[in-house]
Design a protein around this ligand. Structure first.
Ligand code: NDP
Length: 329
């Protein structure tokens, strides 16, 4: 039997309900590789898929969990054999395909990545989709010439999963890191991850008519989007870049093009879901090398499948700090 968090939908009321249940191995979707899941995690999208669906879930009943790490149990694909340790993020697993909130997951071999050397399955999920995406954002900034120097890199939504991991990686690479947070009580936590400056959310929440302000940030990892991203674009140093990762503050971008034209600012889109395999390997290798594991440990809140309905609602309200690691086994 497989223990899983199953979300069901009442077709009449349209309401969803998540509960831990036992299902059969034969109920799992088709795929070449069956993985004994050890750890999964909680991301913003998981909050949507555990709860209202957010237009992401195709059909019910559904097993959410957009990422997992574990051990291959059986494989019809030559690339994987029983006993191999693997990680999965993206490919709409946990949304369109059943995901990692179950003791077994069956997936396409193409979606898996071998567990990187130097990481345990628990550490890989402490990183999870949020941390993997933070690394992609840092790599994009580097590819566009953002190097450690006088001006800090700004991280928005800093207490969240993407923000926490981005802060720890950037600080470890020698950047000054300015963290935007709406939670003043997170200041010590963010400094422990390497933040050199805390920027209250209100400071960047106000809109301004000025398309350019003083040059403050060499780059930015942005998990918030919306009016804050528009404001930040006008504060980026000449030739700097913003990696747009998320939309915790809204999907609209009420911005002017002036920072692009007069300061050569770059707005870089970051997608973790459909990343090609080679770049996935590169990002995981960089995580193993550039993310200090003691800082990763400080971000982790442990959880079980039973905790997820409440935690899923919390993350949608912006009330989860750092990374939730779900011990599935
Ligand atoms: P979290 O909920 O863990 O973090 C988001 C953080 O944003 C919060 O902790 C909070 O930080 C801040 N925040 C929340 N609401 C607001 C608001 N209204 N205005 C300003 N700041 C706000 O989510 P994740 O870190 O997992 O994900 C962050 C974003 O990135 C999400 O939108 C997610 O969908 C997206 N994402 C995108 C991926 C991609 O492939 N592009 C992959 C993974 C995530 P604080 O309290 O410190 O202010």
């Amino acid at each position: 039997m497989v223990k899983a968090l199953v979300v069901e939908k009442d077709e009449e009321s349209g309401k969803t309900r998540a509960a831990v249940k036992e299902i059969g191995l034969e109920d799992l979707p088709e795929g070449e590789v069956t993985v004994a899941v050890e750890y999964s995690t909680l991301n913003y999208k998981d909050g949507l898929c555990i709860g209202p669906g957010g237009g992401l879930v195709r059909k019910y009943p559904h097993v959410p969990g957009i990422d997992f790490a574990g051990t291959v149990e059986s494989s019809d694909d030559d690339r994987y054999a029983p006993g191999d340790k693997v990680v999965l993020t993206g490919w709409r697993v946990g949304e369109a395909h059943w995901g990692g909130y179950a003791t077994r997951a069956r997936v396409k071999a193409d979606w898996l990545v071998p567990l990187p050397d130097g990481l345990t399955t628990r550490q890989a999920m402490a990183v999870g989709t949020a941390g993997f995406t933070a690394m992609l954002a840092v790599m994009a900034l580097e590819d566009h010439g953002v190097t450690p120097g006088e001006h800090p890199v700004l991280v928005t939504g800093a207490s969240g999963g993407v923000g926490s991991v981005a802060t720890a990686i950037l600080a470890n690479l020698g950047h000054k890191v300015a963290c935007v947070t709406g939670r003043p009580e997170s200041a010590d936590y963010l400094k422990s991850l390497g933040a050199t400056e805390i920027v209250p959310r209100e400071e960047l929440a106000e809109t301004t008519k000025r398309p350019l302000e003083s040059e403050r940030w060499s780059g930015c990892v942005d998990a918030v989007g919306g009016p804050m991203l528009a404001r930040v674009l006008g504060q980026i140093c000449y030739g700097g870049s913003v990696a747009a990762v998320g939309l915790a503050g809204g999907a609209d971008l009420p911005a002017k093009v002036i920072p692009f034209l007069l300061r050569g600012v770059n707005l870089l889109g970051i997608d973790s879901v459909m990343q090609p395999y080679d770049n996935r390997l590169r990002a995981w290798q960089r995580i193993a090398k550039d993310l200090p594991m003691e800082k990763l440990d400080a971000m982790v809140e442990p959880a079980t499948l039973e905790d997820l309905p409440k935690l899923g609602a919390d993350i949608l309200k912006g009330q989860v700090r750092g990374r939730v690691v779900v011990n599935v086994a």
